[in-house]
Ligand binder design. Structure first.
Ligand SMILES: C[S@@+](CC[C@H](N)C(=O)[O-])C[C@H]1O[C@@H](n2cnc3c(N)ncnc32)[C@H](O)[C@@H]1O
Length: 268
C-alpha cells in the first residue's frame, strides 16, 4: 500500500475549524443544521456519543434537544478543541462529558450504552474502519442508531481541480482516498452490519462574495495544508488562487464552491 495511505489521521487546529464553520455560516446557500435536524430526530432522554466532536458544534446542537435524563459524550483526539467544547457546553448548560481519545481505540463503556452514535466530518480519518464500525455496534443499544455525515466523492470537485491546476500537481492520493472513503469503505460496511440504512445527499453551494473570504477558507483547508511544506510555495499558491478567483468574480459577480455530503442513518 502507498505509504501515504496509512496516514489517514490529522489533527485539526481550532483556528482552522472555526474559520471554515464561520464561512459556512456566512456564505452557504442552505443550512446544513436544518437538514441534519430533520434526519437525525433526537429524543429528549437519549444517551449520545459524538465521535470526532471537534469544538462541540454537534454537542451543542444535540445537547440543547435533550432533557434532564439525556446525556451526550463528545470524543476527540485534540485537547485544544475539547477544551473549547467543554467551555461551550458549560456556558450553555449542556449535560456533556468529554473524552480525549481516538475513536480507533476501544471505549471503556459496557456494551449497549448509547441510543445514538454520531460522527460529523470525522470518521474517514480513522486508521481501521472495520474495528471502528464494530466498536460502534457494540456500544449501541439494540435498535440504537448511527448517524454519519461526511463528503461524497464529488465534494468540492471543481474547486479541487482548480487547486490542482494552481499547485501544478495532481491531488494527492491520500486526499482523494479520504474524500471517497465514506462511499468506498463506510457505506458498504454499514450496509453489511446495520439495518434500515438510509443515505441522503445534501448539495450546498458556498457563494464567496470576494477573494479575501475565499482565501481565508482555502488557507484553513486540509487540501491547502497538505499542498507543500514550504511557506514560500504556499504563499505563491495563495497568490495564484486569488488571481483565479478574482477573474471568476469579475465575470460572474461571485465564486462558488459546491459542497456535497452524505447523511447516513443506520440501525443496530
Ligand atoms: C473536520 S473536524 C469536525 C469536527 C466536528 N464534528 C464538526 O463538524 O465541527 C474533524 C475532527 O475529527 C477529529 N479526529 C480526527 N481523527 C480522529 C480520531 N481518530 N478519533 C477522534 N477524533 C478524531 C479531529 O481532531 C477534528 O476535531
Amino acid at each position: 500500500m502507498n505509504k501515504d495511505l496509512e496516514r489517514w489521521g490529522y489533527k485539526e487546529s481550532g483556528k482552522n475549524l472555526n474559520s471554515r464553520i464561520t464561512t459556512h455560516k456566512n456564505f452557504a446557500e442552505k443550512d446544513i443544521d436544518a437538514w441534519v435536524s430533520k434526519l437525525i430526530n433526537i429524543r429528549g432522554g437519549e444517551k449520545i456519543l459524538d465521535l470526532g466532536c471537534g469544538d462541540g458544534k454537534q454537542v451543542l446542537a444535540f445537547g440543547k434537544q435533550l432533557d434532564r435524563s439525556g446525556e451526550i459524550v463528545g470524543c476527540d483526539i485534540s485537547k485544544e478543541l475539547l477544551k473549547k467544547a467543554k467551555v461551550t457546553a458549560r456556558e450553555n448548560k449542556i449535560n456533556a462529558t468529554f473524552l480525549l481519545q481516538s475513536m480507533d481505540r476501544p471505549f471503556a463503556y459496557e456494551d449497549e450504552e448509547f441510543d445514538l452514535i454520531s460522527s460529523f466530518f470525522s470518521i474517514y480519518y480513522v486508521k481501521n474502519p472495520i474495528k471502528v464500525i464494530f466498536e460502534i455496534k457494540r456500544l449501541l443499544k439494540k435498535g440504537g442508531r448511527l448517524f454519519i455525515v461526511g463528503p461524497t466523492p464529488n465534494n468540492a470537485k471543481a474547486f479541487w481541480n482548480l487547486h490542482s491546476k494552481i499547485v501544478n500537481k495532481k491531488i494527492p492520493q491520500i486526499a482523494l482516498s479520504r474524500r471517497a472513503r465514506i462511499h468506498d469503505i463506510f457505506i458498504p460496511l454499514i450496509k453489511k452490519y446495520f439495518k434500515n440504512v438510509k443515505i441522503s445527499i445534501f448539495k450546498n453551494a458556498i457563494h464567496f462574495p470576494n477573494s479575501e473570504e475565499l482565501i481565508k477558507y482555502y488557507s484553513s483547508s486540509l487540501l491547502f495544508e497538505e499542498s507543500s511544506r514550504s511557506d514560500k510555495k504556499k504563499e505563491f499558491f495563495l497568490d495564484n488562487m486569488k488571481k483565479e478567483v478574482e477573474k471568476t468574480i469579475k465575470r460572474n459577480g461571485v465564486f462558488d464552491i459546491m459542497k456535497e455530503v452524505y447523511g447516513i442513518s443506520a440501525y443496530k
